[in-house]
Every structure is written in C-alpha cells, then in structure tokens.
Design a protein around this ligand. Sequence first.
Ligand SMILES: O=P(O)(O)OC[C@H]1O[C@H](OP(=O)(O)OP(=O)(O)O)[C@H](O)[C@@H]1O
Ligand code: HPA
Ligand SMILES: [Mg+2]
Length: 175
Amino acid sequence: MSSKDTRLPHEKGFHISWDQIHRDSRALAWRLDGKGPDDGAWRAIVAITRGGMAPAMIVARELDVRTVDTISVKSYHSGGGAADQRREAEVLKSPDADLMGDGTGVLIIDDLVDSGKTLELVRELYPNAHLATVYAKPQGEPQVDTFITGVSQDTWIFFPWDMALQYVEPYRGKD
Ligand SMILES: O=P(O)(O)OC[C@H]1O[C@H](OP(=O)(O)OP(=O)(O)O)[C@H](O)[C@@H]1O
Ligand code: HPA
Ligand SMILES: [Mg+2]
C-alpha cells in the first residue's frame, strides 16, 4: 500500500474556504502594496481565468486599481503514453495589447502555480509583468514573483468555488 492510500480522508487535499481565500488574497495585496515600478503604483491588474478572477478582484479592491483585464490560458497534458506526457498551455483570449505592452507596471494574478506551465507562457508574453499567486507548489515557485502560501507538490488544493457543504461520515464509522 502506498503512503497515499494510508492517508486519512482529510489529509488528501488542502480545502480552502471563502473566508480563507479572502484573507490570503488580502495578504497578497498587502505584500504587493507600494511595490509597483511607478511610485509604487500598479497600472493594471490582469486575472488569469478562471481561478485568478476571485483573488484578482480582492487585490484590485485593496490596492484601488480600477483597470482590470483577463487572460485566458488553458493548460493540458500532451504526448502519447503516460511516460511522455507533458504539460502544455495555450492562450485562448489575450488582454488588451495597448494596455499590456511588455507588462511593465502590470500585476498578473492567479490562484495558484502548480507545474508552472501557465505562468511560463504568461511570462514569455509579458516579461516585465509581476506574476503573483495566492498559493504555490515547489515545481512552479521559480515562475512566480510573489506568493503567500507554499503547498507540497502532492497536495491537491480545493477552492471554494469547486466545493459544496455536505455530510461526511465520522472517521470511526458504525461498522
Ligand atoms: O502551474 P500549472 O500546472 O499550469 O497549473 C496552475 C493553473 O491550473 C489551474 O487552472 P486551470 O487551467 O485548471 O483552469 P481554471 O482556472 O479555469 O480552473 C489554476 O487555476 C492555475 O491557473
Ligand atoms: O492543486 C490544484 N487545485 C486546483 N486546480 C489545480 N490546477 C493545478 N493544480 C491544482
Ligand atoms: Mg487557472
């Protein structure tokens, strides 16, 4: 039996509540406040859809940034068999080109970085933008300029928009 199978149900994932993502996104805003290139201000915020939209909205509110755009990135597995599967990413919708330039003064926000493929592509497109996530796994950390909480690579992060409250059995069941 692998160690994965011996973990208790509540240890298989990192479950984030709305309250937690709000607090962590505000912590991200606090860390980024005054760090823009022009008098500390950020020119615009770009959310990486869809997961980056909630944190980006919270950061935009805290930092009083009114110019908000989106970039839509789809990441997927490519290759043949399981052994040579690689992670790829493609842009489905770009933000306004005049707004973006090379990314200087623009804060690009996502909920998390995992393999780093999504941010790698975004950085190629906007090398001078500041890339920020709320959560980061070790493999993706080199791709992100600022993040709040590190999470181990084998942990799956569950976000509140993907969950619903439901009954769970006690750890010690009836039989
Ligand atoms: O570092 P990576 O391995 O590229 O993974 C991180 C990305 O994966 C998830 O988005 P996903 O593509 O699942 O789409 P969604 O935000 O629309 O749910 C997450 O929101 C990040 O954007
Ligand atoms: O841990 C994760 N949680 C949710 N979405 C993700 N996309 C890549 N990794 C994750
Ligand atoms: Mg995403």
